[in-house]
Design a protein around this ligand. Structure first.
Ligand code: KIV
Length: 320
């Protein structure tokens, strides 16, 4: 088995010619898709709230929710580094609470955690690092601050705001974050941060200069048709494909085209004959009304294509 990617290995990619690739995932099949696609990092993001759990923002998701999904991702044993998002209010109250919540996500299977915010989160970042858990920073459009920001808006558009953002990124790097997500910031600001911080920046809506890029699984694959911001590039239209597939299945079921004979299990002719004989009414000679329970007619049994014994072992299609 290949060794999973580590946080120090990601940190060491700063300055490398090849950008880092991060994609979110929330369950085992998603993690396998992302890992097989060659991503370096899997983020179990709190976008879980919006793309999987149906909330309108990320504020309702809990540590338990994230831990549940981190565990599912970890069970896929990806090579990519599994980073767990710390949800809103899981790192805002006390240092003890913060470290305990980070530890919960590590015990669920994460190898690093990510939290939103700049300088004011530094004590929490330090405490988590002190507990030997790698931390990824996240500045710019931080969705957990949706109400404080007055909506999901690009950040750092003016000189002062951009300057604050750059200072936040530097403070996170100085505190020891191994990478920093830059979300929803002008490309020039992202470039200035990327060129001056000693750790990789991973952009989303932050232009092409970052050391890596991240997209949300459902956006990348077109698994939903909710409003997509302009920084999303869709590489597939799986929602359309999935709707068409379910519609085709429904049509086949309603027209009795599914399941076919090949998709059914069969008795051997001998067992079918003996079963029919046992279940048949005792005597067809007598015209007297029978008191035996009414048995539904057994339909004609087609000859099996392969022996029933061979068919019995269907394996576990969901294992592995
Ligand atoms: O939760 C998430 O998916 C994120 C990414 C958009 C960076 O934080």
């Amino acid at each position: 088995m290949t060794q999973p990617v580590s946080a120090p290995a990601i940190r060491a990619r700063k300055g490398s010619a090849e950008p880092l690739v991060m994609v979110t995932a929330y369950d085992a099949p998603g993690a396998r898709i992302v890992d097989d696609g060659g991503a370096d990092l899997i983020l179990v993001g709190d976008s879980l709230a919006m793309v999987v759990l149906g909330y309108d923002d990320t504020l309702s998701v809990t540590v338990d929710d994230i831990a549940h999904h981190v565990a599912a991702v970890a069970r896929a044993k990806p090579k990519a580094l599994v980073v767990a998002d710390m949800p809103w209010l899981s790192y805002h109250l006390t240092v003890e609470d913060t470290v305990r919540n980070a530890a919960r996500l590590v015990r669920a299977g994460a190898a690093a955690v990510k939290l939103e915010g700049g300088r004011k989160r530094i004590p929490m970042v330090r405490a988590i690092l002190d507990a030997e858990v790698p931390v990824m920073g996240h500045v710019g459009l931080t969705p957990q601050s949706v109400h404080a920001m007055g909506g999901f808006k690009v950040q750092g558009r003016e000189v002062d705001a951009a300057s604050e953002l750059i200072s936040d990124a530097h403070a996170l790097a100085d505190a020891g974050c191994f990478a920093i997500v830059l979300e929803g910031v002008p490309d020039t600001v992202a470039q200035m941060i990327t060129e001056t911080v000693p750790v990789p920046t991973i952009g989303i809506g932050a232009g092409p200069s970052c050391d890596g890029q991240v997209l949300v699984f459902h956006d990348l694959l077109g698994l939903q048709d909710r409003l997509t911001p302009k920084f999303v590039r869709r590489y597939a239209s799986l929602k359309d494909d999935a709707v068409a597939a379910v519609a085709a299945y429904a049509a086949d079921v309603r027209a009795r085209r599914f399941p076919s004979d090949e998709e059914s299990y069969h008795l051997s002719p001998d067992v079918a004959r003996r079963l029919k004989a046992r279940r048949a009414p005792a005597s067809t000679a007598s015209e007297a009304p029978s008191t035996a329970p009414v048995v539904p007619a057994v339909p004609a049994v087609p000859a099996p294509r392969s022996g029933p014994e061979a068919e019995d072992s269907i394996g576990n299609p969901y294992a592995g």
